[in-house]
Design a protein around this ligand. Sequence first.
Ligand SMILES: [Zn+2]
Length: 225
Amino acid sequence: MADSHPAFEEYCEAIFELEEDDLDVIQARIADRLHVSRPAVSEMVRRMAGEGLVTLDGGIHLTAAGARLAERVVRRHRLAERFLTDILGLSWAEAHTEAGRWEHVLSDPVEAAMNRLLGDPTTCPHGNPIPGSAYTTPDTVVLSCVAVGTSFVVTRIPEELEFTPGLLEFLEEAALLPGTRGEVTATSPEGVVTVCIDDRHIGIGSFASDRILVLAEADAEAVAV
Ligand SMILES: [Zn+2]
């Protein structure tokens, strides 16, 4: 029953992704993420606890069953994003929104076929790990920790940023995509990090620069920007 309930899937996914981004899972955050009222969240998490998907002692936590459901939905979301960008050529932002629908309707055979076609990808186009793939966590730091004059390679735009209105469009326009090389050229006291990518200088506000994960290059000279 719980397996085929889109609302349960949405909630399990949201809780999984908040935990993934190291955010405390509280009702207000779920309400923000899903654009629903706090009373609605309170009612739904109570129902989910009844279904054995979450526990509510000392915060909201997925049970093993809740985590399984979340991983299935997150896996389909991230595979669908890959398919929508790599095969169909949609923009990042379009893919994120569209995948929010596909994640609930993909069947096991379609998911498996998509995975085969894409060659067992380990991340979504934004660099977030696909559950059940061979992903290994790289040794990353947040962009705001990279010293001026240091080169970096973007590895991951956390899910929290995917949900920030307009941000994916901005990052895509700025070419701040996983795999992109750049260099930090300045930082401001307000936390704005200026990066140079392909001879363009782009200011990244603190909300994003405190969250975007990069591999910093020890030797800036070694990287051809
Ligand atoms: Zn993504």
